[in-house]
Ligand binder design. Sequence first.
Ligand code: FES
Length: 310
Amino acid sequence: MPLATRVLDAPITWTWLDGVASRASDVVKAVLPQPVKDVLHGTVLGHPLHPVLVQVPVGTWSSAVVLDVLATLTPGRASDGFDRASAVLVVTGLAGAVPAIAAGWADYADLHEEQRRIALVHAAANAVATSAFALSVLARGRGRTGRARALDLLGMSVAGGGAALGGHLSYRWAAGANHAEAVPHVTPRGWYPVARFADLTPGTPVGAKVGDTGVLVVRRGEDVFALADVCSHLAAPLHEGEVVEERGRTCIVCPWHQSVFALDDGSVVHGPASSPQPGFDTRVVDGEVHVRVRELPGVPAAEPVEGAVA
Ligand code: FES
């Protein structure tokens, strides 16, 4: 395994973090009301919010370090302009870090155990970086520009490590990724029988299969809804969840972290999920429920498999 991967993966084995990691998760869940969580997760936006917000501190702080370098290379009073501009960027980054941190902790609370270990180290690195930039502001206020520049460099170096961990958490360990993205690609096209209509109890979710794709099937009165069974947040089996009415819509509540998805179109009603569930068309023919994956524009579903019906 490459050295960089070994370093970034190291926290995965640090099970001694689990006690504090679990308590931190409980605190975040208890403190944040659901409407605030929906905003911080990006459920309202339709995109994870944390990676959007971190652009502000990362961009401003890295720019501040560039200005610090220019200030260092500029002799005498001519460097003052660079230092003033650097200070403005550092303060802007500190202001931007506040909502970014809040969104990060909201996401953290609903991660798997091994993801939380990496996330905790990521958060600790960012706390050190933020502190270094805050101390830099104080140092500049006291006229200690050399110290301020050194603190900026320290802060950016640690923030870079923290950002690398955050990226690793997303790309390697799939935190924040859409876990249902592959469904329209791997599900065979066409109609497939999944249940007898009379066997479905209204309001009781049922799991079925189309090829290798799990499908959640729910009857409500004379209607039948079907969504991908794998939760877009972290891949829980949705058919183990609960059917509820929310905002006038019939929804499924994920059994793991309680994301709520509307059954008619798979849209996210409450997070932590921010990606909708892939949907299936349904029909009832001779008392038999058929489902068909909804294809994405320009993305053909997989070849039909045995069991397809006309
Ligand atoms: S797996 Fe987390 S909300 Fe479904």
